[in-house]
Design a protein around this ligand. Structure first.
Ligand code: UDP
Length: 235
């Protein structure tokens, strides 16, 4: 493996963890992710992880309850996901810590940049759970914010789709995949790679992304070994 980066933040969608079941966890999928991340860690890459919550709950889909409360449930869902995946990572032989932007008793530790750095130095994978801790944000914004804060070299964005397209390939069979695109173009063309607030943060803070399909074999490792087939989003 070529070691291009010292520190990365990997974003996994909640749905990706659920496999075909669409809800909860698919253990085989999570173990496969864990083995790939271990390859990165074994090659000296520091890995931070952000996981979505869509396999349990999405704040904005509720039409009945208060949005702030719905988003709190969503943030808690991302913590359940991080605790689960963190344990799967330990099962395959990695050391992990789960950090949250608010207290969860003894279940997680409070996020701070210094604390994250301390764990990275010890060779641990650090999970950034609970989003940014505020409603009306997403784990996309949490991914970009944490990546900027901890001075990551790049965001690895593992999605259900294998890259960035000029239109939705589900509805347009002649949709074209980009090998490379700038974050400015993503914004101009309104390509929904990550949500708008997160896109603007990427642009303002010059944070590049590698976008790829989690279901493609070895796709996480391939972001570092020259066999990448997704889309590079440059700054
Ligand atoms: N969420 C939030 N603040 C954050 C991160 C997440 O309120 O900083 C909530 C929000 O309700 C969101 C849910 O947690 O719908 C799950 O996060 P994810 O980013 O997966 O949501 P999605 O973008 O899939 O709706």
């Amino acid at each position: 493996m070529m070691k291009t980066w010292n520190r990365v933040v990997l974003k996994l969608s909640g749905e990706a963890l659920a496999g075909d079941k669409k809800t909860g966890f698919d253990e085989a999928t999570c173990i496969e992710v864990a083995k790939q991340v271990k390859e990165l860690v074994d090659n000296g890459v520091e890995v931070g992880i952000v996981i979505g919550g869509g396999n349990f709950w999405r704040g904005r889909t509720s039409e009945t309850i208060d949005r702030t409360k719905a988003d709190q449930i969503g943030m808690l869902a991302t913590i359940m996901n991080s605790i689960y995946v963190s344990e799967i990572f330990r099962y395959v032989g990695m050391m992990t810590q789960v950090l949250t932007p608010f207290e969860c008793g003894s279940m997680t530790k409070m996020f701070s940049k210094d604390r994250a750095n301390k764990y990275f130095k010890k060779g641990m994978v650090v999970f950034f759970a609970g989003g940014i801790g505020h409603p009306y944000f997403s784990t996309d914004t949490a991914t970009v914010l944490r990546a900027i804060e901890i001075e990551a070299d790049v965001i690895l964005l593992a999605k259900a789709i294998d890259g960035v397209y000029d239109s939705d390939p589900k509805t347009n069979p002649s949709a074209k995949k980009y090998d490379e695109i700038t974050i400015g173009e993503v914004l101009d063309k309104k390509l929904a790679v990550i949500d708008l607030s997160a896109t603007i943060m990427c642009l303002e803070n010059k944070m590049p992304m590698m976008v790829f399909g989690l279901n493609e074999p070895n796709s996480i490792v391939n972001t570092l070994n020259g066999k990448f087939t997704g889309t590079k989003v440059t700054v």
